[in-house]
Design a protein around this ligand. Sequence first.
Ligand SMILES: [Zn+2]
Ligand SMILES: [Zn+2]
Length: 279
Amino acid sequence: MICDLHTHSAFSPDAKDTAQTMLLKAIEMGIDYYAITDHCDCNFWDLAPSPDVRDADMYGSRYYARASISRLDDLKMIYSGQIELICGTELAQPLQNIEAAQKIVSDKRLDMIIGSHHMNRGMDDFYWLELGKMSEEDVQKLLEDYFSEVLDMCVWGGFDVLGHLTYPLRYIAERCEREIDMSRYEEIVREIFKTLIRNDKALEINTSGLRQPIAKTLPDIGYIKLFHNMGGSLVTIGSDAHSCAEIGAGIEDGIELAREAGFEFLTYFRKRVPFMVAY
Ligand SMILES: [Zn+2]
Ligand SMILES: [Zn+2]
């Protein structure tokens, strides 16, 4: 398998397998380019330790995000020659705590930063929202705010890859009866793509949706084609695995979609510089 550029180890609050266990599994699977990209939700930078949390000392992304980067930097040395380990992070809501974001972005050990958006300002992660109980207008407003905050993040541009665009659709598909008319967001999605392309940022094909009721990648083939047709050339593929068992899940399907959309190369990053690989 050529790559899996989005995975989480136990440094992420919602994953359990250690970085080393994840890495050994990736080596066993023969993955050429493998990234661990633990969470750094910037708005959780300074949370006080809580008794509910597995490891209270690690609470607050200021602790776990940096602990992950240090460990990955060590593992890169230990396993060099066996696999191309990419030291990554999934930087989320950077504009909701820009000082925190700048601290992570300036870390020279990082190879790749995924820019993600998991929660609109003042709201919980889409994962926690009772979308099934919301009116159609409220869901539309939620998506409008989502795309608008993603666009702001792209204009800021302190990352390398835009992670799982259309993330809320995963939960909308699970919890809402009705279909969402996505044509109303086409203009802002085009603006997001234009901004990514102008700044040489990559679009991620996140295959986690294939394991969920939505049964599509995030974003789906329509958006992947649009990005390509607008002139996008950098595309990465990641499973968003939160355990060893999920490493590589859906990657072959993601590769097929990249090919179908017209991409001749896949992208990975070293020290924040994109490299293209034929596939
Ligand atoms: Zn994410
Ligand atoms: Zn993730």
